[in-house]
Design a protein around this ligand. Structure first.
Ligand code: ZN
Length: 259
């Protein structure tokens, strides 16, 4: 947490707590100071002249006070939207394609991450394959790993939709390949995704998917919901569902960087 007094950052570093906030508010009230707390950036603004507007720092010093978090500054993240091009991925009962949902969620996630200072790489950003149009499934996943490796990103987030023969299967699952950081990332992303999307929690689990197994950085594969389930197919195809999914994954990544 940072404290800005009349626009000057105080040289103290303390964890935010309700008690401290309450104390500062009490002091501000007694002294007739103005106080504003931005919970998202953990910055407290204090102004000793109550007639002046709250002194926000200049934007050079703190690039974006509207950021949800400053934890992603300097981080680089590779997003892999599952399938694409000739490969539609799973197809829902109403005929929607997994590849469209994964790309839409990935683009929303990119926007949110970039807005918060992260550098984002995408294995694809249009409806295309990553290898080449006639690539085999194996060539395609290898191309994604190769692309992720080139980025030297800190994390790899692969986005998919689940599918099953029974239309009643439902919920979200986040997979990792056993690496301690990836496992922690999977746990927090899964938690935030469930909170945001409100679907059944199938947990953070170990799996041996190629893309998370061979990525050199902590990597997870998120199965956002079941496209084979009619209700979840609608959710995945809706703007609201896609943005809730992207927000949940975003919050999970921010949570991962909370130390
Ligand atoms: Zn998939």
């Amino acid at each position: 947490m940072r404290i800005l007094l009349d626009g000057q950052q105080l040289p103290i570093k303390i964890p935010v707590s309700k008690d401290l906030l309450l104390t500062l508010k009490t002091i501000a009230l007694a002294q007739n100071w103005r106080i504003h707390y931005n919970a998202a950036t953990s910055v407290i603004y204090l102004n000793t002249d109550s007639h002046q507007p709250i002194a926000y720092p200049d934007r050079q010093a703190l690039p974006n006070v509207e950021m949800d978090s400053t934890r992603l500054l300097g981080k680089s993240i590779c997003i892999d939207p599952g399938h694409g091009g000739r490969d539609p991925g799973a197809i829902g009962p109403a005929g929607t394609y997994e590849k469209d949902n994964t790309l839409a969620i990935a683009l929303l996630l990119r926007e949110r991450l970039e807005r918060n200072g992260a550098k984002v790489y995408m294995t694809r950003e249009t409806d295309q394959s990553v290898a080449h149009d006639s690539a085999t499934a194996q060539e395609e996943v290898e191309a994604r790993i190769w692309a992720a490796k080139q980025t030297k990103a800190d994390l790899l987030i692969s986005i998919h939709n689940d599918g099953f023969i029974s239309s009643t299967a439902n919920g979200a699952t986040t997979y990792h390949h056993g690496n301690a950081d990836a496992s922690r990332l999977a746990t927090i992303v899964q938690k935030r995704l469930i909170e945001s999307l409100g679907v059944n929690d199938r947990g953070a689990r170990f799996a041996s998917f190629f893309v998370i197994r061979y990525a050199p950085m902590p990597s997870i594969l998120v199965e956002v919901a079941f496209i084979s389930n009619p209700d979840e197919e609608l959710l995945l195809a809706s703007e609201d569902g896609r943005s809730r999914a992207a927000n949940g994954i975003f919050e999970g990544i921010v949570g991962y960087y909370r130390v």
